[in-house]
Design a protein around this ligand. Structure first.
Ligand code: PMP
Ligand code: GLN
Length: 378
């Protein structure tokens, strides 16, 4: 029997975190915090368990949580999503992405993906018999050339995948990107999968252009969110998908037979926690401080910093330092300097190597400080 994904190996996150663990290196590779979440959130989840919320949640998710997400989305983006028919709670952003792609993509459908791209999109597309049409973006700015996007559109184009703030490049979509996108999809039967798991991590007072803000985009969009990113709880695997009722109906047909529903006590706890708007409104400031501290430190190393407008990743170029391929270089500096990173070529389907490494700065200040002390020696 043939493999359904013959060219898919082990994800780079697993590879680099395992190497960091084996070597006892500082792990700035896989994106997750090394500090704990708010104890109040933990106690809300504990309360839920103690109060007997330990059985199946409704298939679409715990209703009060869907209501809180609706409230937040309306408040931030002016968009009304109906909790009954347009919001589904998922096992992390990952399951929302996978389910949306599987629900929408038929054999031979084409999906436009901008690279570097988060590594979970392409396998789902291929599994469904779809074709990835990738457009490579380049450092330092990774700007989308929309005239190139137009050239990629065909009558088989079924979906465009967007990710803002972007992993790994830390760019965000601008107002003019939104206008170009809207012009392209207008009068075409093209869906949008908008991966917005870093929606609250936008810096320097810039705006997150959620698809939810734009009625003509929203009507064709699956929007993906993640409480792992929002509340420093990546291990809880709690996320959600917003989509108009007809798309949500298709989404739920798959959701009910892949997970049915996701863990109840965390949904109950997060629903309660979300009532306080500060818990997400404070995130940009919290991470901007980490970004600034880390950039400041990195500027004392030989690396060249790339811009960082959002997400919790900072990329650097080492083109002027070494000719070694980025996958080898990331391994080399983990061994020699004890700091693990992610080689950005892992996010290009052709393995394009611009000699860029990605570091995660969702870390305690002392972790960042120690990493910088080591990288300065390089
Ligand atoms: N999309 C992007 C761009 C991500 O960075 C991540 C997390 N690494 C996810 C989706 C998945 O989110 P979750 O951990 O909630 O499954
Ligand atoms: N989203 C995280 C990152 O980009 C990792 C998620 C995972 O390990 N699958 O580092």
């Amino acid at each position: 029997t043939g493999s359904k994904l013959p060219h898919t190996g082990t994800t780079i996150f697993t590879v680099m975190s395992a190497l960091a663990n084996d070597l006892g290196a500082i792990n700035l590779s896989q994106g997750f915090p090394d500090y704990d979440c708010d104890p109040q959130l933990v106690s809300l989840v504990n309360d839920a368990m103690k109060n007997g919320y330990n059985q199946y949640a409704p298939m679409a998710g715990w209703l009060p949580l869907r209501e809180e997400i609706a409230r937040k989305t309306e408040k931030l983006y002016g968009a009304v999503y109906h909790p009954d028919t347009e919001i589904t709670i998922t096992s992390g952003g990952t399951q929302a992405i996978f389910t949306a792609i599987c629900a929408a993509i038929h054999p031979n459908d084409e999906v436009i993906v901008f690279e570097p791209a988060y590594d979970s999109y392409a396998p789902a597309i291929k599994l469904m018999g779809g074709t990835v049409k990738s457009l490579e973006l380049e450092p330092p700015d990774y700007r989308i050339a929309w005239d190139m996007v137009k050239r990629l559109i065909s009558n088989r184009t079924r979906m465009i995948i967007l990710n803002s703030p972007h992993n790994p490049t830390a760019t965000i979509l601008s107002e003019s990107d939104i206008e170009e996108l809207a012009a392209i999809v207008k009068n075409r039967d093209i869906l949008i999968l908008s991966d917005e798991v870093y929606e609250h991590l936008v810096f320097d007072g810039q705006t997150h252009h959620s698809m939810a803000r734009y009625p003509e985009l929203r009507e064709r969009s699956f929007i993906v969110g993640s409480f792992g990113k929002m509340f420093h709880t990546t291990g809880w695997k709690l996320g959600y998908c917003l989509a108009p009722a007809a798309l949500t109906a298709e989404f739920r047909k798959l959701h009910q037979y892949t997970v049915f529903s996701v863990n109840t006590p965390m949904q109950v706890g997060v629903a309660e926690y979300l009532k306080n708007e500060n818990v997400y409104n404070e995130l940009a400031g919290f991470f901007q401080q980490k970004r600034d501290y880390f950039r400041d430190g990195l500027s004392q190393t030989r690396f060249r910093l790339l811009p960082c407008s959002g997400s919790y990743f900072q990329s650097v170029s080492y083109e002027h330092i070494s000719d070694v391929k980025d996958t080898d270089y990331a391994i080399q500096i983990t061994h020699e300097y004890g700091v693990a990173s992610i080689p950005v070529s892992a996010f290009y389907s052709k393995g394009t190597d611009h000699k860029v490494l990605r570091f995660c700065f969702a870390k305690k200040q002392e972790t960042l400080e120690r990493a910088i002390e080591r990288l300065i020696k390089l």
